[in-house]
Design a protein around this ligand. Sequence first.
Ligand SMILES: Cc1cc2nc3c(=O)[nH]c(=O)nc-3n(C[C@H](O)[C@H](O)[C@H](O)COP(=O)(O)OP(=O)(O)OC[C@H]3O[C@@H](n4cnc5c(N)ncnc54)[C@H](O)[C@@H]3O)c2cc1C
Length: 403
Amino acid sequence: MSATHERDLRTGASLWAHGPGLGVPTRPLTQAISVDVVVVGAGISGAFMAHGLATEFSVAVLDRRPPLMGSTIASTALLQWEIDLPLVELSKKIGPANARRAYARSRSAVDHLMDIVRRERIPCGLRPSRTLYLAGDEHGCRALEAEANARAAMGLESAFVPAATLREDYGIDRTGAILSDGSARADPARLAAGLLRRAHDADARVFSPVEVLDAASDPDGVTLLTDVGHAVRAKHVVFCCGYEFPKGVPTPGAKVISTWALATRPRTPCPDWLRDMLVWEASDPYLYFRMARDGRLIVGGEDEDGPTAHASMPKLRAKTGRIARKLKALLPMVDFEIDHSWAGAFGESATGLPSIGPVPDMDHAFAVMGFGGNGITYSVIASEIVGAAIRGRVDPDADLYRP
Ligand SMILES: Cc1cc2nc3c(=O)[nH]c(=O)nc-3n(C[C@H](O)[C@H](O)[C@H](O)COP(=O)(O)OP(=O)(O)OC[C@H]3O[C@@H](n4cnc5c(N)ncnc54)[C@H](O)[C@@H]3O)c2cc1C
């Protein structure tokens, strides 16, 4: 299944595809190789994985496309710790203690992401951000107040904002919201490219285009069959294939859907508070937006069932119009012109949690599937959990995400 179709209203390319900083050294696979760890997929998940392992292990990354060209290039990259399912709702599904662990783990993953980017000096426009979660048709002000209290009780930086304050401070007409600290935003393609370059500096090799057709494990490791006719032998394989699920990995409750996004022109005049804010709403489907470094507004939503709906041009036009109208209704004070619009495949799970862990019935194999609006936060968590397993350790939260 193709992961992503992006279209630019002007030129046909993705918002993140222009300018410097995207180069990743790649090579063709011209002979059989043997490494400690092979990572299948050179998107943001494969990039965090390769980066986390490359200083200790020999690592090869394989991708059937050029690096970053899966859902990573389409991402709007709100780097949030807030899971699609509120803490109160997640508690009902997986129990309060597990739900608190999932929220705490996402919170620390955003910090970890920021530490890595700063330490490695990756130029990707990373900025710490607050979030404003608006009452909507799924959860109203009472539910949001209870949610804010539940989060605050476990030490998360969330506070309820009543309707009057929301109107006065933000010019938004909703019955309430939750204001939270501790999230971030970045250019996802430059983030992934930077991680892959640092992994390359530590001797990881990125092979592209190479499609993995099959994998077989034995007591000592895994052998991958590729479309270029050369086998890849490894002690461990990690499938970071985005929404192109690898064979044999169960995905109960998960589905691939389609989602749409647009960007306004650079230097769109916006209220000051929006400069460091990620805004989303408790609706289904939900609208979300944030500013980019060049003063564009990046806006997304309109999710729809169907793994290929994102490929339809008439749908892209219709969804772009709907997103723009919803934005205008919410922020009537902002005048904007649309510059880009695009669409992509996106994964959802029943809990909003990802699937990370060993592939059943295949020794030495792990799979990473980051579902929900926090896909990139989950890429970080995956690199920690799988990294620990490859080092022979058990991450204390591994059970939360096991496929
Ligand atoms: C429009 C849109 C907006 C989004 N917004 C956000 C957001 O605001 N915040 C957020 O956290 N997340 C967001 N996401 C989700 C996020 O982008 C994804 O979770 C993330 O990009 C997944 O990265 P990945 O590396 O796992 O997958 P991908 O980037 O899809 O990479 C997988 C790679 O695997 C390769 N591959 C697959 N199968 C094979 C094979 N058999 N052999 C060789 N190579 C293979 C593919 O070619 C691809 O390059 C959004 C997604 C979309 C589409």
